[in-house]
Design a binder for this molecule. Structure first.
Ligand SMILES: Cc1cc2nc3c(=O)[nH]c(=O)nc-3n(C[C@H](O)[C@H](O)[C@H](O)COP(=O)(O)OP(=O)(O)OC[C@H]3O[C@@H](n4cnc5c(N)ncnc54)[C@H](O)[C@@H]3O)c2cc1C
Length: 373
């Protein structure tokens, strides 16, 4: 196992090979999250000025992909990616030195887990209609009230980035982002949401009952919540599916092995054109998804990532992920239902990818607007 310090001095390729070798042996659990962080996985995209290693977005995506591919874990790399793009990324952009120390540093080090809480029961795609509110009390401290749902890492997080309305009218200036610690008075963490797919990722709800926050806990200043949200979404939409590329690679490799090893009618499955074409279509989907995501990562590394490109990437990678999973079970037949093939589990992950970070319909809407429609 390498560590985060050595990453600064080591060739990234060598570091990545070390990560792959470690990930091939790791198991699902809190210690794995911490070990991945101590090797530097969570701090790759953060600039050195914010306490990261400054390796960049392409490097971070390669590491998330490799971690998922070698470990076969689905939920943990997804949850890490959610923290990296929706919590760390806006913290690196908007935080004060004090907030970097208190909130960003422990997230990068893996000693704390982060969660981004924007969605509400009545505000999913229509996020800007959110109703959680924050107002100053007579003591000058903020009090947050309302409820959040579908919060990735919610049940286990130590640090929450919560979006609430601070003034009526336009969301452009009426939303504020608050950093709230798990033990803050008035923060109640709901029980874990039972779900299909993304096994090992913990989703939950939050109840804000006069939850207390100080000015020092406001990220991006009062009224700066929309900018924080947009920044988080620009990176989350672009890169949340990096781990899925690794899971697709793993699934393709195994499906090819199965098609070569299993015979029916006296011939290997791999000799039948229907099976061969399925595997070729899966390879095409994976290649096309990968190429787009990494081209987008290079744009981010060159500081030219815009919202339209992020939405295009999210839409394309999730669409190809779903195409891939339409083919995968049919390589296995009845064996697709056995957990060791992971075919059904991966299909559930693909379905989820059409919804988180904004649904495919919403990405289409953003892209259409960018086209002037
Ligand atoms: C696995 C997972 C993790 C998540 N993690 C987080 C998290 O960490 N933090 C967080 O804040 N949120 C999180 N979410 C919430 C996610 O952002 C929402 O699920 C998503 O924005 C969609 O909202 P909704 O589920 O309420 O669907 P709805 O908004 O109810 O949409 C239902 C359907 O209607 C369509 N639709 C809605 N409006 C329109 C329209 N105007 N035109 C056309 N079609 C429309 C949608 O595209 C969708 O197909 C997560 C969700 C999932 C599934």
């Amino acid at each position: 196992m390498t560590d985060a310090r050595s990453l600064r001095d080591t060739d990234f390729t060598v570091w990545l090979a070390g990560l792959r070798s470690w990930a091939g042996k790791c198991i699902d659990g809190d210690s794995t999250w911490r070990q991945a962080a101590s090797q530097g996985l969570l701090s790759l995209a953060a600039p050195e000025s914010a306490g990261g290693t400054g390796a960049g977005y392409e490097a971070a995506c390669l590491a998330l992909e490799a971690f998922a591919e070698e470990s076969g874990l689905s939920g943990m790399p997804f949850a890490m990616a959610a923290q990296m793009w929706a919590c760390q990324e806006p913290l690196a952009e908007f935080s004060t030195p004090n907030q970097r120390e208190r909130y960003l540093a422990p997230l990068l080090a893996g000693t704390a887990v982060g969660a981004f809480a924007a969605t509400e029961y009545d505000s999913g795609s229509d996020l800007l209609s959110l109703r959680s509110r924050a107002a100053r009390g007579l003591d000058g401290r903020w009090r947050l009230s309302g409820a959040k749902t579908f919060v990735t890492n919610g049940p286990v997080a130590d640090i929450f980035l919560i979006l609430a309305r601070t003034t009526e009218g336009s969301a452009l200036s009426g939303l504020t982002a608050f950093l709230v610690h798990r033990d803050a008075p008035g923060l109640h963490i709901g029980k874990e949401i039972d779900k299909a797919g993304l096994a090992g990722a913990h989703l939950g709800s939050l109840h804000l009952d006069d939850c207390v926050a100080d000015d020092a806990d406001v990220l991006g200043g009062p009224g700066g919540g929309f900018a924080v949200l947009m920044h988080a979404m620009r990176y989350e939409r672009a890169f949340i599916l990096a781990p899925a590329l690794g899971l697709m690679s793993r699934a393709l490799r195994r499906a090819v092995e199965h098609a070569r090893a299993r015979s029916q009618f006296g011939r290997p499955l791999s000799s039948y054109d229907t099976i061969r074409q399925r595997l070729v279509r899966m390879y095409l989907s994976l290649t096309s998804a990968r190429e787009m995501l990494y081209a987008t990562a290079r744009k981010a590394d060159g500081n030219t990532l815009d919202h339209g490109r992020s939405s295009l990437t999210k839409l394309h990678v999730s669409t190809e992920f779903n195409r891939f999973c339409q083919e995968l079970p049919d390589v296995y037949g009845g064996y697709a239902l056995l957990p060791e093939t992971a075919a059904v589990a991966l299909t559930a992950d693909a379905v989820a990818s059409r919804y988180y970070s904004g649904t495919s319909d919403m990405q289409m809407k953003i892209i259409a607007e960018g086209l002037g429609l």
